[in-house]
Design a protein around this ligand. Structure first.
Ligand code: NAP
Length: 284
């Protein structure tokens, strides 16, 4: 039997419509993105984010800096956005060129404007179980699970990938929702030993076809975060044949991707509410 598909688009469209209503109620808000260099994938992501933001009535400011920008100039630009009253949310598109220290740049973003939830204050709040701003991709996965009524409380969840932007926050959100969580990575011995035990399997490794059907537990929920550009087009980290084994599965494209954009916009609204003191943001 084939798994029930978990398309992201309909849920994302609903969230984006809600965001548009909230933006109108707030009287507008500003999202600034900073892109360093001309990485083609990053340009596509920034373009999608701007289009979605504009459609929701968000003022989107597109800051582009040359690949050889100095760290001091980049930090100055970020500081200016922190100070800018027209800007509620700031996103620095990663990865940055090698000569720039990503951690230092992220620490330069005002925590209450850190729409990707990467600043140590926001990451720490999540670690402590008091989430403030959390990355859009893991939030999108949680929203998809909720949409399909997937039981998380008590479930065995396995996250493949431990990046700061997807794997780690994903694991924390699942833990907070009372799943029993394992986190796998490139040093994990015998990956299938973990994946086969997963009621919920979230794969965010960036390796096309890493998870094949015989690594998936029958009837489980498989969330494929991976986006890999191959000659065959955009593919995930999970072999599509896994749909014959799983109970629920996200498509690639059209699964987690649209959710990420929608939850980014929702995070921007959250930033605006922090700035207007409608929501409490923990002081430093
Ligand atoms: P990343 O920073 O490159 O992290 C990849 C993670 O996967 C690392 O923790 C790595 O382990 C682990 N890994 C790599 N090869 C592995 C293997 N063979 N077995 C087990 N684990 C392995 O990537 P990311 O930013 O988290 O993104 C992951 C994927 O999700 C990418 O394809 C990206 O394009 C996609 N993505 C999609 C969305 C969306 O909206 N759909 C959003 C963000 C990212 P180590 O830590 O040991 O190196």
């Amino acid at each position: 039997m084939s798994a029930t598909p978990m398309p992201g688009k309909p849920v994302a469209e609903r969230i984006r419509a809600e965001v548009a209503d909230e933006v109108a109620e707030l009287g507008g808000l500003g999202l600034a993105t900073v892109l360093v260099g001309d990485d083609p994938a990053s340009q596509i992501y920034i373009g999608l984010k701007h289009k979605a933001a504009t459609e929701a009535g968000i003022r989107a400011q597109d800051v582009r800096l040359p690949a050889d920008v100095s760290e001091a100039d980049l930090l100055e630009q970020v500081a200016a956005l922190n100070e800018d009253d027209e800007i509620d949310a700031v996103l620095v598109q990663l990865p940055l060129p090698d000569h720039l220290d990503e951690a230092r740049v992220i620490r330069g973003i005002a925590p209450a404007k850190d729409v990707d939830g990467l600043h140590p204050l926001n990451a720490g709040q999540l670690f402590l179980g008091r989430p403030t701003l959390v990355g859009a991709t893991p939030l999108g996965v949680m929203a998809l699970l909720a949409e399909h009524g997937i039981r998380v409380d008590g479930a065995r969840a396995v996250v493949v990938g431990r990046s700061d932007i997807v794997g780690k926050p994903m694991a924390h959100l699942l833990l907070q929702a009372n799943a029993t969580v394992s986190v796998c990575h490139s040093h994990t011995d015998d990956l299938s030993r973990y994946t086969l035990d997963a009621d919920i399997l979230v794969v965010a490794a960036g390796r096309a076809g890493l998870v094949d059907p015989d690594m998936v537990k029958a009837g489980s929920t498989v969330i494929d975060v991976g986006m890999n550009r191959t000659e065959a087009g955009l593919v995930g980290d999970v072999d599509p044949g896994a749909a014959e084994v799983a109970g629920f599965i996200t498509p690639v494209p059209g699964g987690v991707g649209p959710m990420t954009i929608a939850l980014l916009l929702r995070n921007a609204v959250r930033c605006a509410r922090y700035r207007r003191n409608e929501l409490y943001f923990p002081a430093l």
